[in-house]
Design a protein around this ligand. Structure first.
Ligand code: CP
Ligand code: NVA
Length: 300
């Protein structure tokens, strides 16, 4: 098994991971967990920067009694042209799992194809499944359910949006996406969501997406790899800022989510990010608990 797309898990599989993540959070520090991954190693390859994903993977492995190796893409022989299949085959002889943050989704797919050990997508340009498990955990903590939750995504139809769309389809959530023309979610992801039983409404007006929402989520307008388009993106995304005026269209009990890192004053204001509706720090913390459940599922 791999976790390359959030759709690699069924709805039941997601709920099992979330139940275990809740338990790991509740009983954090319980000595019983220190042997869960005893003797196990994880190769964590990063072709792009990371704070939360890297730290959550490393701390999760340590807390569960295992060991993570941080491998920068440019320091590996991969950076000098060693092939992805050879890298996958060799690492499989050393470690029990491979996590990789990659520039191109095709890299993680190829790693998965040639690895004899489970492969975890630590973010690609197409998806970010580890993030979405933490997001689902946070939504369930706040609302006690996922099914039927009204989720609005405002801004770029990016990797995090794509995984949220698939998760919404799997978990029976109602999702609306508001993006500027040309920056909507990936067509294949929308089709896959449809085939999983959950249609997603894609609209242009952010207020329409947020109207009656229980969860309002956003992310940077300039993802890693999009830097060359920064000027045109900043011009296109202006009306898609999550601010107090926009949030006024959501339900009073709505929570605001952001996977971080945030560009304060661009996609989200300080007022919203630090305000009473923000679930962002819990969401960030839940990266640790949820990835522990993923590592246990895949490496034990
Ligand atoms: N949310 C997230 O994946 O953060 P990092 O880029 O810091 O890992
Ligand atoms: N969409 C962002 C997420 C960062 C965690 C990016 O890919 O840069």
């Amino acid at each position: 098994m791999n976790l390359i797309s959030i759709a690699d898990l069924s709805a039941e599989g997601i709920l099992e991971v979330l139940d275990r993540a809740d338990e790991l959070k509740e009983r954090r520090g319980d000595p019983a967990f220190r042997s869960v991954l005893a003797g196990k190693s994880l190769a964590a390859i990063f072709e792009k920067p990371s704070t939360r994903t890297r730290v959550s993977l490393e701390v999760a492995m340590t807390d569960l009694g295992g060991h993570a190796l941080y491998l920068s893409g440019k320091d590996l022989q991969l950076g000098r042209g060693e092939t992805i299949p050879d890298t996958a085959r060799v690492l499989s002889r050393f470690v029990h799992g491979i996590a990789a943050r990659v520039r191109s989704h095709s890299t993680i797919v190829e790693l998965g194809r040639h690895s004899a050990v489970p492969v975890i997508n630590a973010l690609s340009d197409l998806e970010h499944p580890c993030q979405i498990l933490a997001d689902l955990m946070t939504m369930r903590e706040r609302f006690g359910r996922l099914s039927g939750l009204k989720v609005a995504w405002v801004g770029d139809g990016n990797n995090v949006c794509n995984s949220t769309i698939l998760a919404s389809a799997l978990m029976g959530m109602e999702m609306r996406v508001a993006s500027p023309p040309g920056y909507g979610p990936n067509r294949k992801i929308l089709d896959l969501a449809e085939s999983l039983g959950g249609g997603v409404a894609v609209v242009a007006d952010p207020a329409e997406a947020v109207c009656g929402a229980e969860v309002v989520s956003t992310d940077t307008w300039i993802s890693m790899g999009d830097e060359a388009e920064a000027a045109e993106r900043l011009a296109a995304f202006g009306p898609y800022q999550v601010n107090s005026d926009l949030l006024a269209h959501a339900k009073p009990e709505a929570i605001v989510m952001h996977c971080l890192p945030a560009h304060r004053g661009q996609e989200i204001t300080d007022e919203v990010m630090d305000g009473p509706s923000s679930a962002i720090l819990d969401q960030s913390e839940n990266r640790l608990h949820s990835v522990k459940a993923v590592l246990e599922w895949l490496l034990v």
